[in-house]
Design a protein around this ligand. Structure first.
Ligand code: G4P
Length: 527
């Protein structure tokens, strides 16, 4: 096997997603501890953009700055090279998360046992499902009282649309939490609060009727476990790796991240079943990771808000071949060659210069403004990666230049910020005014602040009551012309000149759909 093949087969690149507070950061940290990437708990805490509670964007940006180093956390475990792509926890940065999910090969969803499926979980899983990303579910905080296991599985199936298959099952919860039965490996793992799990606490239990089980967990708990495992056997599909890899079946694990409990079981299963770097579609053709020629795409751009360091880092996912330092590559959109003398890789919280990176890896490229989200870099071939769409914003405002002397700066700044993916810019058809669309309100402050600081421009916002922007598709130009003549006021163009429909409310969107069945409305720019 060639080095390239070996390197690709070793890699597992995934993202952890959750509603804020479910335990994503804690779980990430435990995984890094297992991988030996960090030595002490608490080391990753800084990557946490603290929750919806804060609306101080400077504070959040500061934390985002720190989080550059933890944007990608690489570590080795059982001969596998694992890359965790970090996603911001703050809901206003949800679009960053959506985009990061375009660069993973699989995902782990963390759910709080007491809260069940929450809003952000639903949105993020939807994005994964668009791309048929294989998903593992980790139900967290079993050391606390929460929902009944079966009710939770129902909720996951209904709200997330996942078909589940429990691979571990809890014995009690909260005060009565005794451990988990690992269905996948037929072993019992006993819970010790805050204890590091040792081999002795894992017991093989191929036969749940073994009276030893009663002796260990008590008769009542043993009986309950037997009944529940029998029920799981009858009700849920057996684990099937192909179904998981196709995104059709999601294994579920139970545990308590903070107590490092149930995490190892999941990680051991993950390294066995999770996909190696997958082929990617481009407008031109399918790209296989094993191809010799290098290709990759930019899925995230991080700007440094420190005025003394105006550089940006573009995060590139390697899709095929080997990326090498100081080698000329084609920047497909700009049709010119670029080479990188200091590409960085990320091993936990360390940043290092890399000489070579392989499919599944993410490299950070120092950039002075050449990259846009979605840009491709290749050994020479023209390839435009697909599957990095824009998502419909949820908040909209008109943006106007407030300083006539700085019109040019404002335009330049606005376009650059849009290239970074801070927000989306639309031009309304009826009045030619610019509209900024974002997922969260925070971005409006970020844009205003950065335009001032970095470009010397001042903007004013005007509220705009809008629900969604939907990209449009239609069979013929005549159909669109007719639609346009009736809905002039509701149309705008996105940054690439594509038509979007501005829906003022969910009801208006519903009406538009009903009245114009010949038009299709999409929540993403790729469909
Ligand atoms: P997030 O990244 O998904 O937002 O969640 P994070 O890991 O920060 O966890 C949110 C809170 O839940 C933290 O408490 C964390 O300690 C707690 N937590 C995580 N896993 C478990 C668990 O298995 N059991 C219990 N009982 N709690 C858990 P916090 O008070 O918000 O923060 P901190 O003061 O502990 O840092």
């Amino acid at each position: 096997m060639s080095t390239l093949q070996q390197e690709i087969n070793k890699r597992r690149t995934f993202g952890i997603i959750s509603h804020p507070d479910a335990g994503k950061t804690t779980l990430t940290e435990k995984l890094l501890l297992f991988g030996g990437a960090i030595q002490t708990a608490g080391a990753v805490k800084s990557n946490k953009i603290k929750k919806s509670a804060t609306s101080d964007f400077m504070e959040i940006e500061k934390q985002r700055g720190i989080s550059v180093a933890t944007s990608v956390m690489g570590f080795e475990y059982k001969d596998k090279k694992i890359n965790i792509l970090d996603t911001p926890g703050h809901k206003d940065f949800a679009e960053d998360t959506y985009r990061t999910l375009t660069a993973v090969d699989s995902a782990i969803v963390v759910i709080d046992v007491a809260k069940g499926v929450e809003e952000q979980t639903e949105k993020l899983v939807k994005v994964c499902r668009m791309r048929e990303t294989p998903i593992i579910v980790f139900i967290n905080k079993l050391d606390r009282e929460g929902k009944d296991g079966f009710d939770l599985l129902d909720e996951i199936e209904q709200k997330l649309g996942l078909t589940v298959c429990p691979l571990s099952w809890p014995i009690g919860m909260g005060q009565r939490f005794q451990g988990v039965y690992n269905i996948y490996e037929q072993s019992l793992v006993l819970f010790r609060a805050h204890g590091k799990q040792t081999e002795e606490e894992v017991m093989k239990f191929t036969d749940l009727d073994d009276p030893e089980l009663d002796a260990i967990v008590g008769e009542a708990a043993a009986e309950e476990l037997r009944e529940e495992v029998t029920m799981i056997d009858e009700v849920y599909p057996k684990f099937d790796q192909d179904a998981y890899l196709n995104g059709d079946l999601s294994p579920v694990f139970f545990g308590s991240a903070i107590n490092n409990f149930g995490v190892k079981e999941m990680l051991d299963c993950f390294v066995e079943i999770a996909p190696t770097p997958l082929p990617r579609s481009t407008e031109e053709r399918q790209v296989d990771p094993f191809e010799d020629k290098f290709s990759g795409f930019v899925f995230k751009i991080h700007a440094n808000m420190d005025p003394k360091h105006r550089d940006r880092i573009a995060f590139l996912r390697v899709c095929s071949g080997t990326f090498e330092r100081n080698t000329n590559y084609l920047h497909v959109r700009q049709k010119r060659k670029l080479k990188f003398s200091n590409p960085t890789t990320f091993m936990a919280s360390r940043k290092e210069v890399v000489d070579a990176a392989y499919p599944g890896d993410v490299v950070g490229l120092y950039d002075s403004g050449n990259f846009k989200i979605g840009d491709s870099l290749t050994s020479g071939e023209t390839l435009n990666f697909q599957g990095i769409p824009s998502f419909s914003p949820e908040q909209f405002r008109y943006v106007d230049n407030a300083d006539p002397m700085k019109q040019k700066q404002m335009q330049k700044g606005l376009l650059q910020l849009m290239d970074e993916g801070v927000a989306q810019l639309f031009t309304r058809y009826s009045n030619n005014r610019k509209i900024i669309g974002t997922v969260g309100a925070l971005q409006f402050d970020v844009i205003q602040y950065r335009l001032k600081e970095e470009y010397g421009a001042t903007v004013r916002y005007e509220p705009l009551n809008m629900h969604k922007a939907c990209w449009l598709s239609y069979e013929t130009e005549a159909i669109f012309k007719d639609f346009m003549s009736r809905r002039k006021n509701d149309l705008a163009k996105d940054k690439d000149g594509h038509w979007v429909f501005l829906a003022q409310s969910e009801w208006m969107l519903k009406m538009a759909r009903e009245n114009h069945p010949e038009m299709q409305f999409h929540f993403t720019s790729e469909f």
